[in-house]
Design a protein around this ligand. Sequence first.
Ligand SMILES: Nc1ncnc2c1ncn2[C@@H]1O[C@H](COP(=O)(O)OP(=O)(O)O)[C@@H](O)[C@H]1O
Ligand SMILES: [Mg+2]
Length: 365
Amino acid sequence: MDHIIELNHIAKQYPGLEKSLRGTKLEVKGPLLWARNLSRAARLTSNTASSVTALDDVSLTIDKGEIFGLLGLNGSGKTTLIKILAGLIRPNHGTGQVAGISLDYPKRIRQRVSYVSTLGWMGLEWPLTAQQNVEFFAILCGMSQRLAKERSEAALRDVALWDVKDKYSSQLSNGMRQRVILARALLFRTPIVLLDEPTVGLDPATAKDILDLIRGTLRKRGQTIVLTDHQTDQMAELADRVAVLHEGKVVIHGTPSDVVRRLEHLIVIEVQTEGMEQPTAAPPSCIQRLHKTEHPGPLRSRNWRIHALDGPGVLAVVLDWLTQPSGLVVFVAQSKPTLQDVLMFHASENPKGGALTSGTLIQNN
Ligand SMILES: Nc1ncnc2c1ncn2[C@@H]1O[C@H](COP(=O)(O)OP(=O)(O)O)[C@@H](O)[C@H]1O
Ligand SMILES: [Mg+2]
């Protein structure tokens, strides 16, 4: 297979404040330095974090023309990985190539990728119209005026915004603003398109429109797409392959159906309770993962999503453990694992038999 992206043992650490500011001298001369000194002083006196490992020994290959999805909880390293692929930051360790260019030449990589950052629409120019925003961006990127005009019209038509091209960014809905950002990514025929959370903050119907657009337009052009999202159901439909990141490591990768199949020995039990105490006994051994969400309010409502080893009577065992002398079970459902469960199963801390605090994921085997 033709790998358009290859990463070998990539690691990225961000320096903590302590380290990045070590040796910083406060400059005291001149009124212009006042603001700079103030912010440095604020950082020096604030919490001094130690360095953060955002990526830890990541090796991946992505094929030409693939739609590749990066999944992971907040802080798992998705954006860091995308930024390395975009040539915006460099790894501390490891090697790799993006569209035939070594990671040692980020400037050249930047000419071969289109990149849409998380909440990129916040960077739109508010006093410009949708069309002006796209055209202005094209010219900033070095396109001739004529080509910029031509390409931005085509891009705005592709994202179905041509009818509102003369509206100002401030007059557009968030979904439309996100489409303006996508139109900017469509201007160039780069071999790779990187999309960091293209549907974040959008309602499900608008998110679906955006994903259909990605599939329809970009895939047709044969561009390779790497995207991050936490909407696992949409990713399952869209991505050819996915990788789950947890604490900077790739914990599982493969086609969505492959990674789901690897949990086929489990069933998912969802339970909603009201007014019930915490179970005091240790969870039964069939429970492999357990995720609990507490809802504030007088009903003391709680949702459980439980991964249990499939077998006869498992639902009864789990419910026996969960239910208390008082309170109500208001909902029970049993289903097969989905891509969301892959994320839940792998992106978990697994403190064995740990306290069942809200949102805890525990392993018990
Ligand atoms: N510029 C930065 N400086 C310090 N730490 C950072 C920086 N960017 C990200 N991090 C940290 O690196 C980890 C991974 O972050 P990120 O790649 O943004 O994850 P994700 O996109 O999956 O939420 C997190 O712990 C985050 O706090
Ligand atoms: Mg991110």
